[in-house]
Structures are given as C-alpha cells and as structure tokens.
Design a protein around this ligand. Sequence first.
Ligand code: UD1
Ligand code: CA
Length: 467
Amino acid sequence: KMVAKKNLCILILAAGKGTRMKSPLPKPLHPVCGLPIIAHILKAAQALNPAAIGLVVGHEAATMEETVKAGLPAWGVTAPLVFVEQTELTGSGSAVKAALPLLNRFEDVMVLNGDTPLLKTATLEQMYSSFEENASGAMVLGVSVPDPAGYGRIVREADGSFARIVEHADADEKTLLIHEINSGMYLFKSPLLAQALAELKPQGPKHEFYLTDTLSSIKAMQHPVLVFGSEDYQQALGVNSKAQLSQAELIMRRRVTDRLLEEGVTIPNPDAVFIDAEVQIGADSFICPGCYICGKTVIGKNCMLEGNVYIKDSVIADNVTLKMGTYVEESQVDENCQLGPYAHLRPKSVLKKGAKVGNFSEIKKSVIGEGSKVNHLSYIGDTDMGAGVNVGAGTITCNYDGKNKHQTVIGDHAFIGSNVNFVAPVTVEKYAKIGAGSTITKLVPEQSLAIARSRQVVLEKKGIQHD
Ligand code: UD1
Ligand code: CA
C-alpha cells in the first residue's frame, strides 16, 4: 500500500436533499452497478491515499451514517473516515464550512460532490499532481459535455484563464451556451478555502451558499486558480434524477463489460448482461444475454452461463455449466459442476466437484458431495450429502417441523429412489439404498435397503362392485 498523503484530506459532500430523485432513500445510497453511489466515491477517494476522509451528512443524517458505517467492510474502505453533520442545508458552501474544524488540520483539501459515481481515481491523482506542481490556490476539474444543462458553467477570461463558475439557474443566455462545466471535484489550499468560505454570500433563487464562489474569491486574493481538464467527460456525470441514475448505470456497466472482455471473458452482447462493479470472471467463460451477476460474485475460467442466469454473492469455480434460468445466491460451486436448467441454490449451499443439480431442484444450506446428483424436481434443505450419491426425481427433505429446522445426513454412494421423503432429523449411511416412494423417519444403516411405503393391493375385477 502507498504511503498516505499526510497533507491531504478529502471531503465528500453528501448532505443534500436529492429532491429530484423523488425517493425517500437518500441520494448517495442509490445503487449503481450494485454499490451505493457513496461507496463508489469512498473507494475512489481511498485509492488516493489521503490522510483522512470527511463525509458531510445532513438530510437523513442518521440513516446515512448507519448505512455507510455498516457498508464499509464490504466496500473495503478502511481509510480513517470522519462524519461531519451539516445542520442547515443551505448549499455546498455551507457543507464545506461545517467541516472546517476537520479541514483546518490539513494543508490540502479535495472536495468531491457525493453524487458522481463515475469519478476516476487516476484523474484525481493527475489533478492533485498538477495542483502541487502549479502551486495553485485552488483547482477545479472541468470537462466539456454534450449537454451542459443543470451544471455550473466555467467562465473564462479573454486570455483563457479561469474567471468564475456560474450556476445554470443564474446563467444568462450567453453563459448557457458554454459546454465546459464544473464537475464538482475541487482542490484547495486549506487556509485560502477557510478565508473564502468566510466571505460567501447567499446566491441564486434558493439563497444558497455556493462552494463554487470560493474559486473566484481565491483568485481575487491573487492565488492561481486553475481548471484541470479531462477528455473523459462521462466521469463528471452528476446524479440528480432517476434519468441520470440510469445513465450512470449504463456507463458503468459498459466499463465493467469492457474490463471483462479485456480479461478474456466471452460476452456476445455486452448490452444485454447486468454485471456488478466488483464481479470477477475468468478467461473464456461465456456469458449469454439476460444474465445478472451481482455483488461479490467470483466466477472461474471456462464456465458456461446460458441465458437468464442470476448469481449473487457466490463463488463459482472453473468449468461450471449453469444452464438457462438457474438462480444462485450466497453459495459455492466447485469445478465441473452442472446446474439447471432452472436450478435454485439458496444461501449457504455448497456443491462439491462435479456435482449436478438439475431441473427445478432447490438446494438450501446443504452440501452436495463430489459427483452427487440431484437431477429432477427435488428440495434438499439442511442436508449434508456425501460423494457419489444419486437422488431420484422428486425427493424431498422434510426439514421443518413448524418450529425448528432439522438436519438430514446422507452418506457416500447412497442410492435414493424416486419420490423419497426424509423426515429430518434422519441419517442414511453410506452405500444404503432406499426404495422409491419411501418416507424415511429413522436411521438407514450402511449398505442396507430401506423400503418405507405401503404395499400395493390389487383387488381382482371380481372383487370390485361395478355399477
Ligand atoms: C453542483 C455545483 C455545480 C456543478 C455540479 C456538478 C454548486 C453550487 N454547484 O450543482 O456547479 O456543475 O454540482 O455535479 O456546488 N450538498 C450538501 N449540502 C447542501 C447542498 C448540497 O452537502 O446544503 C451536496 C449534495 O449532497 C451533493 C453536492 O453537494 O452531493 C452538490 O449538490 P447538488 O444539489 O447536487 O448541486 P448541483 O446543482 O448538482
Ligand atoms: Ca448534483
């Protein structure tokens, strides 16, 4: 790990109301490719190795703080994080003001809006280098976008240097034509920022304190204020509405499939798969349209995912085939297994090497041993199954007595006929056989044959009354 930049603090502004999202969920918690917007920003911020990260919360502050704290381990965010509360939601300038006691302890402050999930660490890294090289007082990441509506415009002097930022709501017709916008990512010399914040006056239709006004006032203090440019304008996309949320999602999905294609995964139609940001897939695995691969899923090499497979938070080893419609959640599937069509692995299921779970079979919190087969129409729950077991069609574990769940244990090489019920807790020892249609309620010893069904009665024609 790199040494922390001991002079740098990164402040993320996430106190705003996010009114345009029309949702009770705070804006920074809306997911993009399976991770909340704020998680993407925290991860990018941490990758810069700052000495500290500050997070300004306000609207739904308690929910924000709880959710972020709970999410940190899963997001891999371990950098020192300080929550700052903005009590009056009077603009981005006020948000930064609320954090001054934290910011005063550092020389350099990077400020990031809390609604730009596509930001790139590499760009911020380059911007910080340029900030240091140029001994700037402040710097803003500016990009030219096809549609600048809603963004603050970067107004330049006749000589091309930075003049000021004008918010969309305050812009005249001429300013509205500017396509160069403020991305909401900034760097400041901390003492200059503090001084500029003290001078802020409310602006615009909502009488807000604009952080953007600090840039022109630092310039007025005779310190260089620079615009750092980037060709990649998409990284500046701010999410203010559900339309922008879906734009961010599409762009990030493209980034994910581009990465996977680069790593040798075969994806015939990248626009037709839904793969979350952190998913890993090995080379030559084949991902058909309609697949959802979510959360922390890791898939090995040479796997085949037929259409409409859903996998969440699971580990799939090499050479696994997941046929059409298979659903896998919080489970582990070892090499050479085959699932589906329409198999369902519920949480905490483990399929050992070469196991098969076929059509309409449901597995829950169970181990299916090496090479064992549950091929047709079964429910296997709370079961520890050994290797080489064959489970006949329609076999069910009766694992729930209305109050508690009970275990079924099936030894290696047991042969289970079709339509067997296991009334748990119950054990079947290795090499035992069970006749079709049996309801098993007690131990079946090693190598024995158990039949637990009523005998067939045949009444001859003469014994039956026909009307
Ligand atoms: C802001 C910028 C605009 C820029 C755009 C980039 C200002 C005044 N304008 O506009 O120039 O082009 O971002 O996306 O900053 N926030 C708080 N407390 C508040 C208000 C806002 O923490 O009182 C936070 C929000 O949670 C958000 C960020 O500040 O993360 C920006 O606020 P938002 O309302 O989205 O500003 P924009 O209108 O998008
Ligand atoms: Ca915004």
